[in-house]
Design a protein around this ligand. Structure first.
Ligand SMILES: Cc1cc2nc3c(=O)[nH]c(=O)nc-3n(C[C@H](O)[C@H](O)[C@H](O)COP(=O)(O)OP(=O)(O)OC[C@H]3O[C@@H](n4cnc5c(N)ncnc54)[C@H](O)[C@@H]3O)c2cc1C
Length: 503
């Protein structure tokens, strides 16, 4: 039996993994987190994916318990600014496209209208709710209803301070029995087969375990450093390899809280704007082939914090790609040590959640079944490769090509098979059978919305629609503004709701 799990690293990955495993196995498996008091965590990672709620519900904490500890706010989607051309914007919300007959509203829109500036507002209600800065919950806590899709999607994710979340989970985990060693791992012991037998810490001696989880961030101390697993870079297709971040105080009472992340395309990359309860997190993601750290910082300051030279910038070098295998012998890498694509669709924490969910399902015994481990590695790789392809689409499909950086996005290499998919999507929008074929967290509606919003919609509508009755689709589109109006009336402002939640 595997009785003892040792996690190295106390960032978001380390503590999400610890609390999840503790909830899954209780006292039957001992969980220890060894966390360096000297090596800091990455200090960013503030926007999430809507499936994150399953993590909180699995570990059994309610929004009113954890959100106030983490400066958390709601995220209904991502607003993309300047991606088609400077001055344009559209939303990628957590909202499936409504279906009328055999086709969804994106197909109908292309047939009936086709004005790209109006697509998201004609077909979806969440963009209007975002513009009005509404909360997805009413003051009594009940959830927004009345979005358009036949299979409505849970409408939101969160923004939060990742460092505060790690602190909150540390308190929760240790109260539930997770062991916490605040020390540096200075050496790693291996047995004659090369399996990890123990860690040597600076001040707390040896820490022994059966299964070791590498949550050491971009260092990949165990998986790459000790076990020598190959890291496959994605920089040939996703060249952004640096970021600079700022934390900007925000007068929420005066300006409200936007319930969405904004990704603003700029000369050599894009800037994230993430409104938390109390401040805004912002950062410029760029490629060092096209921009220096000094220029990036100056651009970010001018954009997000003019006249605030006292705010400290955090410069980060990003390792973009994934391990060939994230589970090697008795070591599983979760978090940045496993892999990372740039934060454009907020998938870093989603990767952690996926990794630990799959680890529980694939939890080993003393047989260490290689077939199960192989399947785990395939799933983790597919999630990251799928997100990689989705992000490549963002750059390739963006109509913008006004700087050397944006020009290069049109000629860069594509992941295998993607050229054929892109070619098809010039004639018909993506569907479940033509997007990246393995689970990667994004559904076809996301690919459709991005393709249209970025300005790369198919050249013409589906011929079949010329034979179909459009009245239901027109009625559905006409109903969108009425539903938006009703939601705006019913829902409180995001700031008002969060103010109440924070007491
Ligand atoms: C620019 C940027 C923006 C991002 N934005 C988002 C976002 O919006 N949404 C999202 O979901 N994700 C985002 N991410 C990803 C997200 O930040 C990470 O997935 C998440 O924070 C997990 O990090 P981690 O715990 O793997 O690593 P880290 O935070 O780097 O933690 C590493 C831990 O390992 C410990 N450690 C290292 N070496 C040793 C040692 N020798 N001994 C003991 N301990 C050791 C450190 O002390 C630390 O506790 C972003 C990442 C970057 C780079």
């Amino acid at each position: 039996m595997i009785r003892k799990v040792v996690i190295v690293g106390g960032g978001t990955a380390g503590w999400m993994t610890a609390t999840y495993l503790n909830r899954a196995f209780g006292d039957s498996v001992s969980v220890t987190v060894v966390e360096s008091p000297r090596i800091s965590t990455i200090g960013v990672g503030e926007a999430t994916f809507s499936t994150i709620r399953h993590f909180f519900s699995y570990i059994g904490v309610e929004e009113r318990e954890w959100m106030p500890h983490c400066s958390a706010s709601y995220k209904l989607g991502i607003r993309f600014e300047n991606w088609r051309a400077p001055g344009t914007h559209f939303y990628h919300p957590f909202e499936r496209l409504p279906v009328c007959g055999d086709f969804d509203l994106a197909d109908w829109w292309l047939h009936l209208d086709g004005k790209v500036e109006e697509f998201d507002r004609r077909c979806l209600v969440i963009p209007g709710v975002c513009d009005a800065q509404r909360s997805p919950r009413r003051l009594d806590g009940s959830l927004l209803t009345g979005t358009m899709g036949e299979a409505p999607q849970f409408p939101y994710a969160y923004h939060f301070d990742a460092a505060l979340l790690a602190t909150y989970l540390t308190g929760l985990g240790t109260a539930r029995g997770v062991h916490h060693v605040r020390d540096d791992v200075v050496e790693v012991g291996q047995d004659e087969r090369g399996w990890i037998s123990h860690l040597v810490t600076k001040e707390h001696g040896e820490v022994r375990g059966d299964l070791f989880v590498d949550c050491t961030g971009f260092r990949g101390m165990l998986i790459n450093g000790v076990l020598g697993e190959e890291f496959l870079s994605f920089e040939d297709v996703l060249p952004n390899n640096r970021a600079v971040a700022l934390r900007v105080p925000h007068d929420m009472a005066a300006r409200g809280i936007d319930p969405y992340t904004t990704a603003t395309a700029v000369d050599a990359g894009w800037i994230w704007t993430i409104p938390l309860f109390g401040r805004v997190g912002t950062g410029y993601v760029y490629s060092d082939q096209f921009c220096s750290p000094e220029t990036a910082e100056a651009t970010l300051r001018a954009f997000a914090a003019p006249g605030r030279p006292e705010l400290q910038a955090n410069h980060i070098r990003m390792r973009i790609g994934r391990n060939r295998r994230s589970w090697v012998r008795n070591c599983v890498a979760i978090g940045l040590s496993s892999g990372f694509v740039e934060p454009l669709e907020s998938t870093g924490i989603f990767f952690i959640q996926h990794g630990v969910e799959q680890l529980v399902r694939s939890f080993p015994d003393e047989n260490w079944d290689e077939r199960v481990i192989g399947a785990y590695n395939d799933k983790v790789a597919a999630v990251m490769d799928g997100v990689k392809e989705f992000l490549v689409l963002h750059y390739r499909a963006a109509a913008r090509d006004d700087t050397p950086y944006w020009k290069a996005t049109k000629t860069r290499a594509l992941p295998p098979g993607m050229d054929r998919r892109l070619e098809l999507w010039r004639s018909m929008l993506p569907d479940a059978t033509t997007i990246y074929p393995h689970f990667h967290g994004f559904e076809p509606y996301s690919w459709r919305i991005m393709l249209i919003g970025l300005g790369a919609q198919p050249d013409r509508p589906l011929p079949a629609l010329a034979h179909a009755d459009a009245s239901a689709a027109l009625a559905a589109m006409d109903a969108v503004p009425r539903r938006v109006e009703r939601l705006i009336e019913e829902l409180p402002g995001c700031h008002a709701y969060l103010d109440q939640l924070n007491g």
